[in-house]
Design a protein around this ligand. Structure first.
Ligand code: GLY
Length: 581
């Protein structure tokens, strides 16, 4: 651990084209092009540079598994599969065979694909299943057996490997099996388990798997997960068949029956990963590929960037004018997200219009340079813009120049809290990503509409934004993503803005304090100490409702091509790992 101290002076940087707010703009939060990091932040992880290849994930052991595969001659997808299974073992709060995710992949020759292995609602799911008799949302979409969608990860990873993988499947699962047989738990993961101890203690298999005398295993504990090792061995031997039709499917269904959940053998048998057309954005001459629906990530980020692209230059980082413009762009993009987006196999969405530059110009013209625009009221509101971080993202670039941006999730930390008895993995609580009560906030405070209402077989809308950025010549420049619920979208957008508009290095762009606005609740969230008091006051005077987070916003895992090689950045806010060779 190291403390990044902010013995940095504030400096005013000249503003770009957008008109200044009428209140005096406090000094920019950058010094000689570097963001001011609040002195109270304890930051960890250092950027890594390597000539050939790079893996950045939320756990050093998972990154090691990926790099080992790359060194054996594996490609980016091989490494991504190995990292995914390793994360299942070492990062159980987010990893993930009981969950789902997305891959955006670009080959060295420029072919870009997007793989959707998002969970699907069980066939028996219904529109109002999470409402009580008074029509209010219950916590059944968050905790326990009813909260789980049909897991997609094993199908998705196998599908990615079938299309692009080069090493044997078993070689990619092997590192995870070894880790499940025993690895030493570190302090970050011990803390993660401790913070969800009460959730895990509710379910006997979770209690047995994760707690020692009802407490988190202390750092330094050799942690053995024999049920999970057996499950991974079965997946290694038989691929997804055993998970969706065989022995593991039986254990999942038995667990559902034990706790009153809905997932059946048919739900598992019918599950398919799906190739989607990636969202392709252009921003100031760069090309950005990101995830299409059922993720809202690519579309919403696209709207934010399209709005901001209309200003010749953006104001300096951290100024009132900058926070105002970025907030107003986020607000408008999230209004559309929450209204229009859902599962593309079920819902018609005006994606072409939402992503057009002319529509962005209309939205931009509505931004008042001097005042916040209140989000139009809908029923509900309130909620939290929550700080949950229990999705995970990893970025991979291999020695051939193939790249994979992968974001996977159980949704909340440790998902539904339910471990499949005898199989040793947690199930997701992804059903809460539906608008379980349209017009009312979910656990992230998102207020969404009928487009994302619950229905059997439907995929719930996500915010995951795995993204690949090309330079103005069309070469791979950056691979980026993060966990963080709706803050995923705004976090990824801000890293891209920091690099492309604010000319920050990737480590600075990732470390820089972030803001977040998601339309409803109508609040601008900022990280603790991330804005100066003067900036907060100036924004309040413009009508922004400012809310300081208790903690941080996002855990970026990103890679950038530089003259010196690949730079890997694990967000210094969390104990992740960047590793290359
Ligand atoms: N469960 C978080 C997301 O998919 O956005």
């Amino acid at each position: 651990m190291r403390k990044l101290s902010a013995a940095l002076m504030l400096l005013t940087i000249a503003c770009g084209k957008p008109p200044s707010p009428e209140h005096p703009t406090p000094a920019a939060r950058v010094v000689r092009g570097r963001p001011v990091i609040p002195s109270t932040w304890t930051l960890t992880s250092r950027p890594v540079t390597a000539p050939h290849a790079m893996v950045v994930s939320a756990h050093p052991l998972a990154s090691q598994a990926g790099v080992d595969i790359l060194k054996q001659g594996g490609n980016a997808i091989d490494a991504a599969v190995a990292v995914a299974f390793a994360l299942e073992v070492v990062l159980p709060d987010a990893g993930n065979i009981g969950g789902g995710g997305f891959i955006v992949h670009r080959t060295a020759s420029g072919e870009v694909t997007a793989l959707d292995y998002r969970e699907a609602a069980p066939a028996a799911a219904t529109h109002d299943m999470y409402l009580d008799s008074a029509g209010n949302p219950t916590d059944k979409s968050v905790v326990g057996h009813l909260a789980s969608g049909v897991p997609g990860s094993v199908a998705g990873l196998y599908e990615a490997w079938k299309k692009y993988g080069s090493l044997p499947w078993a070689a990619l699962v092997a590192p995870a099996i070894r880790l499940a047989q025993g690895h030493v738990i570190d302090s970050a993961r011990s803390r993660d388990i401790a913070s969800d101890r009460e959730l895990l203690a509710q379910f006997p298999a979770s209690r047995a798997q994760f707690l020692v005398h009802d407490s988190a295993p202390p750092p330094g504990t050799m942690w053995r997960q024999p049920d999970l090792a057996r499950t991974l061995q079965l997946i290694s031997d038989s691929g997804p068949d055993v998970f969706y039709r065989g022995q593991i499917a039986d254990l999942i269904v038995a667990e559902m029956q034990r706790g009153g959940g809905l997932i059946t053998k048919d739900d598992l048998r019918n599950y398919r990963a799906k190739w989607r057309t990636p969202i392709r954005l252009s921003y100031r001459g760069h090309t950005i590929y990101s995830m299409p629906p059922p993720s809202s990530g690519g579309v919403t980020m696209g709207e934010i960037l399209n709005i901001l692209e209309g200003y010749d230059t953006l104001p300096a980082f951290g100024t009132t004018a900058y926070v105002h413009l970025v907030t107003e762009a986020m607000r408008r993009a999230f209004i559309d997200r929450n209204r229009w987006l859902g599962d593309p196999d079920v819902v018609d969405m005006p994606l072409e219009r939402l992503l057009s530059k002319s529509y962005a110009a209309t939205l931009r013209a509505q931004i008042d340079p001097k005042h916040a625009t209140p989000t139009p009221p809908q029923s509900g509101g309130g909620g939290g813009g929550g700080e949950a971080m229990q999705t995970t993202h990893y970025s991979v670039v291999d020695a051939m120049g193939n790249a994979a941006a992968v974001t996977t999730t159980l949704n909340g930390g440790f998902g539904s809290g339910v471990t499949v008895t005898g199989a040793g993995f947690l199930l997701n609580n992804e059903m809460d990503d539906f608008a379980t009560a349209p017009g009312k906030p979910n656990m992230y405070g998102l207020v969404q509409g009928e487009a994302n209402a619950v229905a059997g077989g439907k995929r719930m809308l996500s915010a995951m934004t795995p993204s690949i950025v090309l330079d103005t010549a069309g070469n791979l420049q950056m691979v980026v993503g993060t966990p963080g619920g709706p803050t995923i979208i705004t976090g990824v957008a801000q890293v891209i803005l920091n690099v492309l508009d604010q000319n920050m290095s990737l480590p600075d762009a990732v470390a820089a304090p972030r803001i977040h606005h998601q339309a409803l609740p109508d609040q601008t969230y900022y990280e603790r100490g991330g804005l100066s008091d003067a900036t907060v006051r100036a924004l309040q005077a413009m009508g922004h409702k400012m809310e300081q987070r208790r903690g941080h916003s996002g855990i970026i895992a990103a890679i950038q091509k530089t003259a010196g090689g690949w730079v890997g950045v694990a967000d210094p806010r969390y104990a992740g790992g960047a590793l290359g060779y």
